[in-house]
Write a protein that binds this ligand. Structure first.
Ligand code: ADP
Length: 163
């Protein structure tokens, strides 16, 4: 079976992430979307909340599974017998960072884990979780950036934070 991992912070998942998930799910028999629970970062959404969002967004994609992990992504890959990682590329600015991570992961895994890149759909090339959070924090429009239920979750978060 041809399986791949799409790892990321997904804090929160945007329509850009979802587009990559949909396209990758058509290329592999099984796609695992895994939330990195990084203790060094303070995310807006907990790992459990981020997993729930991804599960809701992919509920009609039977070959997509959602999980979370902490530690090195290559360790997660080896443990779960995954040898392909999917990453999205937006602009040239993503490239240098992604290239370095991909090469590091290949080295760390003794060439057992390779990365494939999908280029973003043009309509989402400007989209990032951090800008979506910033816009939401100031009450701006994010309906073109995230699904409805994520928009509501973001609004709730900032209501709680402001209260
Ligand atoms: P990170 O894992 O660096 O914290 P994210 O969770 O934001 O980053 O993103 C996970 C992956 O999705 C990365 O490969 C990133 O380049 C990609 N990605 C993020 N936003 C988009 C977008 N709008 N279009 C395509 N790919 C994206």
């Amino acid at each position: 079976m041809n399986r791949a991992l799409y790892p990321g912070s997904f804090d929160p998942m945007t329509l850009g992430h979802l587009d990559i998930i949909k396209r990758a799910s058509l290329m592999f028999d099984e796609l695992i979307v895994a939330v990195l629970d990084n203790s060094q970062k303070t995310p807006l959404f907990s790992a459990a909340e981020r997993v729930k969002i991804l599960e809701e967004a992919t509920k009609d994609m039977p070959n997509v599974k959602v999980d979370s992990f902490s530690g090195l992504t290559v360790d997660y890959c080896i443990k779960n017998n995954l040898h392909i990682m999917v990453r999205g590329l937006r602009a040239i600015t993503d490239f240098e960072y992604e290239l370095q991570i991909a090469q590091t992961n290949r080295k760390l895994s003794d060439n057992r884990v390779d990365t494939v890149f999908l280029t973003t759909d043009l309509q989402y090339s400007y989209l990032s979780s951090s800008t979506v959070k910033e816009i939401a924090m100031y009450g701006g429009a994010i309906s073109h950036s995230v699904p409805d239920f994520v928009e509501r979750a973001l609004k709730d978060k900032f209501k709680v934070i402001k209260a």
